[in-house]
Ligand binder design. Structure first.
Ligand code: PNS
Length: 160
């Protein structure tokens, strides 16, 4: 079985992430969306909340599973018998960091490949951080995140 892993913080999931999930799910028998559990990053949403929002957004894609991990991504990939890590690339500015991670992961486990999918140009400016900032200041994010995410952001920031 051909298993792919799409890792990230997903704090929260955006339409940019969803686009990568939809497209990469077609490349694998199973795609595991792997949510990083890393309290040091001080995420806005708990892992459980992030998983709930992803689940609600991908429930129409049968071969997508959601899981969480801590520690090294390559160890989690090995545990899940996945040989491919999927990452989205938005702009040249993402490249240097992604190259560094891909090469380090390759050094840690040479059997694992990282593949990059170019983000849909509609979402090339989008990030979870931007979404959180706009929402926290009362801006509308309805066109860039799924409906449940918009609702949960409003709840977090106590916006009507
Ligand atoms: O959405 P993000 O925050 O850009 O995702 C980053 C992520 C989760 C892919 C990255 O931080 C990661 O893989 N963390 C796990 C720890 C690890 O394996 N580090 C070594 C990578 S070189």
């Amino acid at each position: 079985m051909n298993i792919g892993i799409y890792p990230g913080s997903f704090d929260p999931i955006t339409y940019g992430h969803l686009d990568i999930i939809q497209r990469s799910s077609k490349l694998f028998d199973r795609l595991i969306v792997a949510v990083l559990s890393n309290p040091q990053k001080k995420p806005l949403f708990t892992v459980e909340e992030r998983i709930e929002m992803i689940r609600d957004s991908v429930n129409d894609i049968p071969n997508v599973e959601i899981d969480s991990f801590s520690g090294l991504l390559v160890d989690f990939a090995k545990l899940k018998k996945a040989r491919v890590i999927v990452k989205g690339l938005r702009a040249v500015s993402d490249f240097e960091y992604e190259l560094q991670m891909a090469l380090m992961n390759k050094k840690l486990d040479e059997r694992i490949e990282t593949i990059f999918i170019m983000t849909n140009s509609k979402y090339s400016y989008l990030s979870s951080s931007v979404v959180k900032e706009v929402s926290s200041l009362g801006g509308c994010v309805a066109t860039v995140v799924p409906p449940l995410v918009e609702k949960r952001l409003k709840q977090k920031f106590k916006i009507n």
